[in-house]
Write a protein that binds this ligand. Structure first.
Ligand SMILES: *Cc1c(COP(=O)(O)O)cnc(C)c1O
Length: 229
């Protein structure tokens, strides 16, 4: 089932890429979101072509890391608490959820402690949802400049979690706005950043996100089925 699901998602990704303007026809990276799915499901996905996995909790990722016995690129997509930064830099190739200077500094010093330069994305709370993490758009530039200054962080782009609107088309303006912000960030006079990734889109909205310019999508349910809590 997982194999067929991955094939279906990849087909949708290609169809959505075909719908976007020529200037956006670059690669789209599929991150398989494995949170709350066991390592058997993970192995099956990896053995049928998933090369990047996303987890939202440090502890769960750590346990899986120890037992998975597969090579894969690990993404932290959930909120990170500063007291977990040390573990996070050991486990994750990319951290999508930097949303404050305080957290950026904690991750930077944790990375410095293991001589690592940690790839990070800055998460933006574009819809200004109370319940959501992510930096407010008014504070984005300041945070980006600060992340850029930190020696053990390498800024790679931006991340968005769109609100769970009943009509998924309502996400489109947000994705479009995010793409505009992304293009502006690419023009900022940053020193060490290598801005390449725009991470947006999950099972219910990844097709629209890609049409609007996402180049990382984080897809769980469409690959692995419903999560059991
Ligand atoms: C869980 C999660 C996803 C995947 O959600 P699905 O709806 O299962 O595709 C993507 N991004 C983040 C940040 C998540 O927490």
């Amino acid at each position: 089932m997982i194999e067929e699901n991955i094939a279906a998602v990849r087909k949708n990704i290609n169809d959505s890429m075909a719908k976007r303007p020529d200037s956006l026809k670059d690669h789209v990276l599929l991150v398989g979101v494995t949170k709350n799915h066991d390592i058997y499901a993970m192995r099956e996905a990896i053995d049928t072509g998933i090369t990047h996995v996303g987890e939202n909790r440090v502890q769960e990722a750590k346990e899986k890391h120890e037992t998975l016995d597969r090579d894969v690129v690990w993404h932290l997509i959930g909120h990170l608490q500063t007291n977990k930064a040390k573990q996070a830099v050991k486990l994750f190739d990319m951290i999508h959820s930097i949303d404050s200077i305080h957290l950026a500094e904690a991750v930077n010093s944790a990375a410095a402690g293991i001589d690592k330069v940690q790839d990070v994305l800055v998460q933006v709370n574009l819809a200004r949802e109370e319940s959501k993490t992510g930096v407010d758009i008014d504070e984005l530039d300041e945070l980006l400049y600060r992340v850029d200054e930190l020696d053990n962080l390498r800024l790679r782009g931006l991340m968005l979690i769109a609100p769970n609107y009943e009509d998924v088309e309502d996400c489109r303006p947000l994705f479009r706005k995010m793409r505009e912000i992304f293009e502006k960030v690419k023009e900022m006079p940053l020193k060490t950043a290598n801005i390449e990734y725009l991470s947006m889109g999950m099972t219910h909205d990844y097709k629209i996100a890609i049409e609007e310019g996402a180049n990382i999508v984080r897809v769980g349910t469409a690959i692995f089925g419903q999560r059991q809590y």
